[in-house]
Ligand binder design. Sequence first.
Ligand SMILES: Cc1cc2nc3c(=O)[nH]c(=O)nc-3n(C[C@H](O)[C@H](O)[C@H](O)COP(=O)(O)OP(=O)(O)OC[C@H]3O[C@@H](n4cnc5c(N)ncnc54)[C@H](O)[C@@H]3O)c2cc1C
Length: 400
Amino acid sequence: MIFDVLIAGGGAVGLAAAALLNDAGASVCVLEPRLERDFPCGPLGLRSYALTPAARRLLEVTRTWSLLDHTRIGQFTAMDVWDAGSTGRLEFAPPPGHQGAMGYIVEHANLVAALAASVATRPGVRIEPQALDAVETGRPATVVTVAGQRLKARLVVGADGAGSRVRAALAIEHAHVSYRQSALVCNLRVADPHRGVARQRFLPTGPLAALPLPGPCDCAIVWSLNDDEAAATLALDDQAFSVALAEAFDGRFGDIVSVSERAAFPLARARAAQMVHGNCVLLGDAAHLVHPLAGQGLNLGLLDAASLAECVGSPGDAAWPALADLRRFERWRKSETLAMLAVTDGLHRLFQRDEAPLRHLRGLGMRLTDGLAPLKHLLIRHAMGTAGDVPALLRPPPRR
Ligand SMILES: Cc1cc2nc3c(=O)[nH]c(=O)nc-3n(C[C@H](O)[C@H](O)[C@H](O)COP(=O)(O)OP(=O)(O)OC[C@H]3O[C@@H](n4cnc5c(N)ncnc54)[C@H](O)[C@@H]3O)c2cc1C
């Protein structure tokens, strides 16, 4: 049997691509050795994402949004960003005409279980609990699993994360630069209600974000620190950690009532030289890694999946997928990814600089931007994934 599409990786990006491509008429096989089908229960997990309204729309059109456990999802309707090194501050509200939240805080396990449940309703998607080992290019391409099984497909998709085996098998160059920083994550209960505001303070050591969880006083923390500071902070007991965190956050959330366990993730920026190689395509972290300061990594990957489905269309004659369509996909996503890499990397560098003139300029720039409503609306629309070159499937429905 020849599949229309074989996807390596059943994380959020791979499963979203499976649903979208199957809805366009493709038979799909997903290789995923560790599919997380179980919905989470008990305390909220540490790995959560800020998803944009565009990502929500993707989850709606793939009939996934209704399958999520909504009691475990936080949302924000305002954003407050300030600079520890200057008087700079930016407050964002939903732009005119936008209905609903500006973003949703969804646990990884909740998201992947809902996508897996959604994909399971599609008879045209097969999930194989195996890892990809090698790719033999050709039309069709042949994929070899670690267990030695050979599977043929007209289109091969690498959605197998930052350490992509597909990327390595195709010998695609990969520029990877460590920030020598780690993101320390945990969940907190604090004294002051968050009131649906996502907050981020830029410190010279890196940004510290507090994202609203479903409980009125609960938030998810993402705190970027140099690797040695992250290791030392991770080793603190709850009391000492709470003191350090409250100080880093300017005491903005009142007393810390309780703090969960902590984890740290190494931070890097990376980009594959090609997103397309013959009839093989890279999506999500396999193709690009961005600093999490703007909460955009997964959102970018989900847009990759929607753009691919739009570019390749329904499987038709033997020439599907057309090379010209794959090239269009690559041009489209490369320019969006490069822009996001430049923004996140630029912000990371800008806020790390501690020279007084630069700090003053930064503060002035933020204050000026804060006073320019049209510019702020444009910025926030881009951050919400509703401005720019958005895949047709994800454009908000016209308002009546
Ligand atoms: C601290 C932190 C906070 C973040 N916050 C946000 C946020 O708020 N918003 C946001 O949009 N993004 C955020 N990100 C980025 C986000 O985590 C990633 O962009 C996203 O998880 C990438 O999804 P993916 O499906 O491409 O890869 P992954 O989630 O890594 O999934 C890859 C899948 O491929 C499978 N796999 C691996 N090798 C093989 C193989 N050989 N064969 C078959 N399958 C294989 C793996 O088992 C895995 O399931 C954050 C990242 C960090 C570090």
